[in-house]
Every structure is written in C-alpha cells, then in structure tokens.
Write a protein that binds this ligand. Structure first.
Ligand SMILES: CC(C)(COP(=O)(O)OP(=O)(O)OC[C@H]1O[C@@H](n2cnc3c(N)ncnc32)[C@H](O)[C@@H]1OP(=O)(O)O)[C@@H](O)C(=O)NCCC(=O)NCCS
Length: 185
C-alpha cells in the first residue's frame, strides 16, 4: 500500500546518520536494479578501481536523505570523482532510491533537486564554476525510461553506454553544472 507522505524532512546523510540508520538505508538502496547496495557500500569511503583505492571525496557532505517521522525513506548518495585527466572532478550520483511504499509522490524529484542544489553549491566552492559537472549511471533498458526522464528534467543527457556483463547495459548520463543550475531555477 502506498503511504501518503506527512512530515517529510530533508536530512544531511552524514557518516553518523548513515551509521545510525545503516540497515534501513541498505534496505531502501536494495530497490536499485542491478546494483547490490549493501550496508558496507553505504558506509564505504573508498572503492577499488583497477586494483587502486579511490577515495569517495565529499561523500558525507553531498549525500542527502529524506525521512518521515524519524525514519529514513529515501536517499541520494553522491561523491566527487576524478576526471579522466586525473585532476578535473565531477560530482557523481552513486545511488538514488525511495522506499517502495513512498514511490510516486514526487519525493524522488524533490530529493534529486535537493541533492543537486547542495552539491552544486559545494561544488562551486570546491571546484570553481567552470569545472562543476555531474555524472550518474542508470539502466539502458526501457524499464528505466521513467527515471531517465527524471534525470533529463534536471539537465542530464546520455553520454555513452557501459556493458555491465550478464546482459546488463547501463548508460552514463552527464550534465554541466551550469545546465543543472538552469534546470533548478
Ligand atoms: C527513482 C525513484 C527514486 C523515483 O522516486 P519517486 O518518488 O517514485 O519519483 P517521483 O514521484 O518524484 O517521480 C518523478 C518522476 O520520475 C518518474 N519515475 C522515476 N522512476 C520511476 C519508476 N521506477 N517508476 C515510475 N515512474 C518513475 C515519474 O514518472 C515522475 O515523472 P513525471 O513527474 O514526469 O510523472 C524511485 O522510483 C526508486 O526508488 N526506484 C528504485 C530505485 C531506482 O531505480 N533508482 C534509480 C537508479 S539509477
């Protein structure tokens, strides 16, 4: 049964908040298709890419949760990633998910807007206005068209496809910070 949101609050998803609510957040993130978001991934502060440890910069500053009466109901986890040149950074949205019982009430849109506005603001300070860029990955299948439209509303466009193996293809979507800023106006 769908729940009608009553008293939705935006909460910064800090390390302390994540530790305190890890099981609940992992349960919400388990809604993300083809991505095994576990408690460990929610808490992770670095990932291993090509056997190199890569820090998830700014993770506890950029990530946001929504909660209803003290219970987390949605999350957006983001962090800064190095660009191909190893210097330029982009703010990557790693996870966006809403509790199944709360879907379809506009919370995903509200949360994504809140995440982007905050990350843009901090990005401008950390990276400079010319450098802010956003990236994310989502499924390439038809089932993902609604969520892709949600990202397009905020200025994202498809950049390229990624073969994830086992018959799963993702698309990488990107948006320049200025484009996101215009979409948020
Ligand atoms: C993606 C998600 C967070 C959207 O949250 P939501 O609160 O249901 O979305 P909203 O009510 O704010 O809807 C925003 C728009 O997204 C669309 N949408 C996004 N995801 C959708 C989905 N899975 N099913 C149906 N519509 C969806 C809605 O149609 C709506 O568009 P509209 O305003 O043009 O009608 C939520 O559906 C979810 O948790 N899905 C599972 C996890 C997931 O797929 N995450 C994204 C991985 S890249």
């Amino acid at each position: 049964m769908r729940k009608t949101p009553r008293s939705i609050e935006v909460k910064p998803l800090t390390r302390e908040y994540a530790l305190h609510n890890a099981e609940r957040l992992a349960s919400i993130a388990s809604e993300i298709p083809h991505a095994a978001w576990t408690r460990e991934m929610i808490m992770a502060e670095e990932v291993t890419v090509d056997s190199k440890k890569v820090p998830l910069l700014g993770k506890w500053a950029h990530s946001v949760a929504l909660q209803d009466q003290d219970t987390p109901i949605a999350l957006a986890i983001g962090y800064e990633v190095l660009g191909k040149d190893g210097v330029e950074r982009a703010i990557h949205l790693g996870a966006l998910a809403c509790d199944r019982a709360y879907k379809g009430h506009g919370l995903g849109e509200q949360l994504l807007g809140t995440f982007l506005r905050g990350a843009l603001h901090r990005g401008y300070i950390a990276l400079g206005p010319e450098e802010v860029a956003f990236s994310l990955q989502t499924g390439a299948s038809l089932a993902n068209m609604p969520v892709r439209r949600l990202y397009e509303k905020y200025g994202f466009t498809v950049d390229h496809e990624v073969d994830k193996g086992e018959g799963v293809t993702n698309v990488v979507m990107v948006a320049a910070g200025e484009r996101v800023a215009r979409a948020l106006e």
